[in-house]
Design a protein around this ligand. Structure first.
Ligand code: GLV
Ligand code: MG
Length: 347
């Protein structure tokens, strides 16, 4: 076992020291673009002010014969723009693929000082993070990278879910995790053909009724267990949990519901696969103004965070003060980026 005193030491001579705390960032949505698609790439400039994070996708959904073009396209896009406060991420190919090594070596060499986070798909255990951690440190040293590149794991295999706690604590380079419902469904051998969301067949049926009438049926959340496990693993290690993709682009109502479940369970953001999903994520992952105003009342009523207070007939104590603090801290981050929310939150 590695000594705790070595945890924060750079893994290569000349690599930057790992962060002790994650940089503050608003990451309500991670907006994906395919690096090989010229038409979409041409719109990245317009998307930068709209999205909190822009991600160049090199993995699934990029055809095998376009992998190199996607990598080149990502590098050109990274060079071409100033991203300001918008995060710049890439999703590389998995460790066992023929493309991963070139993805990482070429990207760090060309734009390692612009990229914030490397998203690593199909992470199975801490060993995957350790490999990328060491490789990144070597490349950072070679290319004089100034700040450490962070790793974001996709939780999308049964093995990964089993090892989620070890993955979350594998390295100070860990930024967070996204639940990948499409690959996870395949890995678990779930009998679905969707990218996220519910399923009409997964639900609870009311007991037979005395009058023989139609029994009520309610769909249940297929992802609840995984969310809970991922959120606890992430938050207990001070890293960030996210929901991944919602594939039914037309069904914005169901997308909003899936995002909201994630938000309420503790996730900080979700992926957007289409510009329309940016607005949905912005709405869901920015706290509700009414809740923020109520949270501000709690903080004002208990300035040192202890004791008990009644507000609008509801009991408040140290625990609700802490919930209110989470809400107001997030509202401040949103307000700093978005003047309309600043007004609504009265901040
Ligand atoms: C995302 O990569 C997923 O598999 O859902
Ligand atoms: Mg996947």
């Amino acid at each position: 076992m590695k000594l705790p005193t070595n945890f924060y030491k750079p893994l290569a001579i000349g690599a930057p020291a790992p962060f002790r705390e994650l940089p503050v960032a608003l990451e309500r949505m991670i907006h994906f673009f395919p690096g090989h698609n010229e038409k979409v790439r041409a719109k990245v400039g317009e998307m930068i002010p709209q999205a909190d994070v822009i991600l160049g996708n090199l993995e699934d959904a990029i055809p095998a014969d376009a992998k190199e073009a996607a990598r080149r396209g990502f590098i050109e896009t990274a060079k071409a723009h100033d991203f300001g406060q918008t995060g710049l991420w890439t999703r590389i190919n998995p460790l066992n693929s023929p493309w991963m090594l070139d993805d990482i070596t070429e990207i760090v060499a060309a734009v390692g000082n612009k990229v914030d986070v490397i998203m690593l798909p199909k992470v199975e255990g801490a060993w995957d993070i350790h490999y990328l951690d060491q490789l990144l440190a070597q490349l950072e040293a070679r290319h004089s990278i100034q700040k450490p590149l962070l790793i974001h794991a996709i939780l999308e295999t049964a093995q990964g879910v089993k090892n989620v706690e070890e993955i979350a604590s594998a390295s100070p380079r860990m930024h967070g995790m996204s639940l990948g419902p499409a690959d996870l469904a395949a890995s678990r051998r779930m009998k679905t053909t969707r990218v996220g969301g519910g399923h009409p067949g997964y639900g609870v049926l009311e007991d037979p009724r005395a009058d023989g009438g139609k029994r009520a049926y309610a769909q249940q959340d297929l992802w609840h267990y995984t969310f809970a496990k991922m959120v606890d693993a992430c938050v207990s290690n001070d890293i960030r949990p996210f929901y991944g993709p919602f594939g039914d682009i037309q069904d914005s109502e169901a997308c909003e519901q899936q995002f909201r479940n994630a938000f309420l369970m503790g996730c900080v953001g979700a992926w957007s696969l289409h510009p329309g999903q940016i607005a949905i994520a912005k709405k869901v992952f920015s706290p509700d103004p009414a809740e923020v105003l109520f949270a501000k009342k709690i903080l004002a009523a208990m300035p040192d965070g202890t004791g008990v207070a009644m507000i609008d007939g509801k009991m408040q104590d140290d625990a609700t003060w802490k919930q209110a603090k989470v809400m107001v801290d997030l509202a401040k981050k949103v307000a700093a980026r978005d003047p309309d929310f600043a007004k609504a939150y009265e901040l």
